[in-house]
Design a binder for this molecule. Structure first.
Ligand code: NPG
Length: 369
């Protein structure tokens, strides 16, 4: 049992090595909240995957902070002695707000595991001690720049390249990359930027032997994803549309996708992420671990998840250097063979460097019962 007696929320800001552009916006820095929970026996860390603006989902940093301060933290304090696995119920009176919930659930679980000396990977029954890494490349100003970035990351050993696309910057980009690299594992991610009116784009993409087309249509439209999946040979993968194991089951049942991107923050923490994994595994649907430009704290969590048996495709679990000159934790380094070690220490297995954390913190809020 764990009693949480203090929660420190830190807003942190870390410059990205290069701007990251998607169909819903451009990031030049990683700005997020971290939760540090203190229990009687340990300290635990959780990273919130929300962003400055509610572009990827309904959640954003300031909103997540208020959800934590005004509803989730008071409920956690009121609950007294609890286990991390009970927090889904403790927080059940709050609809949605999954990224905010995940921040606390993951932090409490981290503290619980540290107190008993167990790694998150072992807790999740992970089977691998290294995972295969892919990389997600943002939309670049020119095709030449994209080709350079693709080459750079292939040279580093990445085992799958994902290209962000949006209407107008799609077929010709993918065609150029495919022409330069006929045999690589290549996928595209539209972040819900298309409609079925764009069938000509999808028909063209269908000819490039892509590993998958990720989240092509509106995140609330499983039915049209199913229609699109019926019309394409290429597997569709859903990201934004999958907020829970129930969503994953529904999407699979109606044929809306054949692959699922698991992001623990998007679904409300590692317990629900495990349920998504399990639901997909039973259905024979491969999953992979998505990324949200996490610092070392969130990256450590992702690596443990990605080591579970159903994660059979390379994830967006890239090296720290792909995002940051200096991470908050020891950097995660990818071996030249395109794999990365899963942290084996207690809990998530990493801690922020105190000096680095201080330098990156823009605001600190202490929450107590
Ligand atoms: O490697 O962490 C990473 C980034 C992977 O493309 C990536 N993430 O839509 O999946 C996405 C996208 C993203 C980034 C979404 C930041 C939201 C915020």
């Amino acid at each position: 049992m764990t009693r949480v007696h203090a929660i420190e929320i830190r807003f942190v800001s870390l410059p990205l090595v290069r701007p990251f552009r998607t169909s819903f916006g451009t990031s030049i820095s990683k700005v997020c909240l971290l939760a540090r929970v203190e229990t009687d026996s340990a300290v635990g860390w959780g990273e919130c995957v929300a962003d400055v603006e509610p572009g990827f989902s309904e959640e954003w940093n300031d909103g997540a902070f208020l959800a934590i301060r005004d509803f989730l933290a008071p409920a956690l304090f009121r609950a007294g002695d609890v286990k991390a696995r009970e927090l889904d119920m403790v927080f059940g009176f709050v609809r949605g707000n999954r990224m905010a919930k995940a921040t606390l659930i993951d932090a409490v679980l981290d503290a619980e595991l540290r107190a008993r000396g167990e790694s998150l990977a072992s807790f999740l029954d992970a089977e691998k001690d290294r995972v295969e890494c892919g990389v997600s490349l943002g939309i670049t100003p020119t095709t030449e720049q994209l080709l350079e970035q693709v080459q750079e990351h292939l040279d580093q050993g990445y085992r799958r390249i994902k290209l962000k696309i949006e209407p107008g910057t799609d077929v010709e980009r993918v065609e150029a990359v495919r022409a330069a690299h006929p045999d690589i594992a290549l996928s595209v991610d539209a972040n819900a930027a298309y409609t079925l009116e764009d069938m000509a784009v999808f028909d063209a993409l269908d000819g490039f032997g892509l590993l998958m087309i990720e989240q092509p249509l509106h995140h609330e439209d499983l039915v049209r994803h199913a229609e699109l999946q019926r019309r394409l040979a290429t597997d569709l993968c859903l990201d934004e549309s999958i907020r829970s194991a129930a969503d994953a089951t529904a999407a699979i049942e109606i044929g809306a996708c054949r692959v699922v991107n698991v992001k623990q923050g998007r679904v409300g923490g590692v317990f629900e992420a495990r349920r998504v994994h399990d639901a997909c595994r039973v259905a024979g649907v491969p999953v992979w671990c998505g990324g949200m430009l996490e610092t070392g704290i969130g990256r450590a969590t992702n690596l443990a998840l990605a080591a579970m048996p159903g994660f059979s495709l390379p994830g967006d679990t890239s090296a720290s250097s792909r995002y940051f000159d200096e991470d908050l934790t020891e950097p995660f380094v990818m071996a030249p063979d395109g794999t990365m070690a899963v942290p084996a220490g207690p809990g998530i297995g990493v801690d922020p460097h105190p000096d680095r954390l201080r330098t990156c913190t823009t605001r600190t809020e202490l929450l107590r019962p």
